[in-house]
Design a protein around this ligand. Sequence first.
Ligand code: F6P
Length: 354
Amino acid sequence: HKRIGILTSGGDCPGLNCVIRAAVSHANLTYNWEVVGIPYATQGLLERQTVPLSMHGWDLRGIDPLLNMGGTVLGSVNKGDTLAHADDILASYEALGLDALIAVGGDGSLKIIHQLATLGNWKLVGIPKTIDNDVAFTERSIGFDTAINTIVDAINRLTFTAASHDRVMIVEVMGRTAGHLALHSGIAGGADVILIPELPYTIKGLCEHLSQLRERWRRKFAIIVVAEGASPCSEDVDNAASCSTAKCGRGQYIAEQIANCSNNQLDTRVSVLGHIQRGGIPSALDRLTATVFGKTAVDLIAQEKYDQMLSWQNGQVVHVPIHNVLDQSPSLVDPHSYLIATAQSLGIYVGDRK
Ligand code: F6P
């Protein structure tokens, strides 16, 4: 018999509850193990709190709500000076009497939990989740696919209103330092411009592209997807030193630059999608990935393979040492990737070609 803990850490995303569901069901059914949830990740550990989880514990007329519920029923924390309380957390962990811990997190929160696990000799299995998709060594992180679908849905809606009023619609999306969300959703949504942190753009190049769309292709509207971390080339910025991404990469800044370069001829509007991208019902692909990861995490514990993170590579679930993953994260868009080449081939502006 084993007693396994599971926690969700860092920013929430759709699919976390699917991991919990799969891990609990597999542990209960296949191994007859007990699974307890740790609410609010390290905060729950510190306070020695657990939530009993059972595959029969959330029956709603026979419907299992965890499969399609966004967020995390365990709650999560996204900041804090966790390591300042390391000694207390280690003592609490001992007191909880866990045989192993499954931690679902992004690179930031997995880093903290991995440090604690090393100090306390915990038997840890990590599962990657983040809408940013910037965890190294895995093609998929839970939450990314749903977020792309949410953004594409927003782009679809904005396209109709943009076309009706001949407007330039700027859609600002999340992703922190990585452009995966903007690139994937921009291509899938039919954007005319995709601006990501990995490929600096120039205002000149952007404006030329917009006028070419109008003059050469007779397109009177345009859709621009900008990642929250994107920034222009420094020569475009009056005072490059003061150009933090917060000031220069955002949609509003781009709208102002387009107004300038077009002598206010182009009518722009900005939509900042924000946390809408983190909410919602998980997509089929995220549910599938989460279910496979949750199930496999329990199997790794059965095989006593610890300090590993599950990862999706070449259509299969594999595991890699967590420290390798953390050393290589965040994993950014490769400017030479096939997706960048595809975008360029379709005439999407993704920065000036070198
Ligand atoms: O890492 C996920 C993410 O949603 C980023 O894309 C975004 O920059 C950040 O978290 C927002 O964090 P918070 O929820 O703390 O505002």
